[in-house]
Design a protein around this ligand. Structure first.
Ligand SMILES: [Zn+2]
Length: 214
């Protein structure tokens, strides 16, 4: 219901500007909840190009508790990454001792154009932090970028990012269309009648057959 309503906000009510095309997939990763990846193409007149526009649509800082209490509530409970790294090396985002999503990000006084077509969002070192369990304090470096209207309305994890390079757009399309997970399962009757035991699991695999079965 939230997803359907949000698609209306985005595509019919034009919360981020007029949408001329969109695609989305719902991904189910076998842990956590299913989630949607959505790509919106905005009309030319609404393309988000300037630093000021980036800031008006996407934030990556802990909201002000007094000014935006709803956003504060959602961001502090649902939009803080991890914590991973030294704080928790066992999170799924960790690979070879590093966070695959590059958290914690660096502090950033003002939003900047990034080298790969993704803006580097403002994350000021303003002393704001959220204290989570075990006294761990997470500051603006841990905030997953969000749109304040969307988090206020939906009270859900909704990561919003702007993408301005062809390379990144190509990657995103590929990513969104990567398809579902697949597994091959075979039922076979291969019982060793002599001692009534199944054969050892490392029976020889027929690679040609596996290839044909895709
Ligand atoms: Zn991480």
């Amino acid at each position: 219901m939230k997803l359907r309503e949000m698609m209306k906000d985005l595509c019919e009510r034009h919360w981020l500007g007029e949408v001329v095309a969109y695609i989305y997939v719902i991904e189910f990763q076998k842990r956590g909840l299913p989630h949607a990846h959505i790509l919106l193409i905005l009309a030319n007149k609404n393309k988000i190009r300037s630093i000021e526009e980036y800031d008006s649509f996407v934030s990556a800082e802990i909201p002000d508790h007094e000014l935006n209490p709803l956003a504060y509530e959602t961001v502090t409970t649902m939009m803080m990454h991890g914590p991973c790294g030294v704080l928790n090396a066992l999170l799924p985002c960790m690979k070879d001792g590093k966070c695959k999503k590059h958290y914690p990000k660096s502090f950033q006084e003002i939003t900047q154009e990034g080298p790969n077509g993704y803006p580097i969002y403002r994350r000021r070192n303003n002393g704001h932090y959220v204290e989570i369990s075990n006294g761990i304090q997470l500051d603006n470096r841990w905030v997953v970028p969000y749109n304040i209207k969307l988090v206020e309305k939906y009270n859900a994890h909704i990561n919003v990012e702007i993408c301005n390079s062809l390379l990144a757009i190509k990657y995103l399309y590929k990513y969104v269309y990567k398809g579902h997970d697949r597994a091959t399962v075979t039922f076979s009757q291969n019982i060793n009648r002599a001692n009534n035991q199944t054969t050892s699991p490392n029976e020889i695999l027929d690679e040609i057959k596996m290839y044909l079965d895709a």
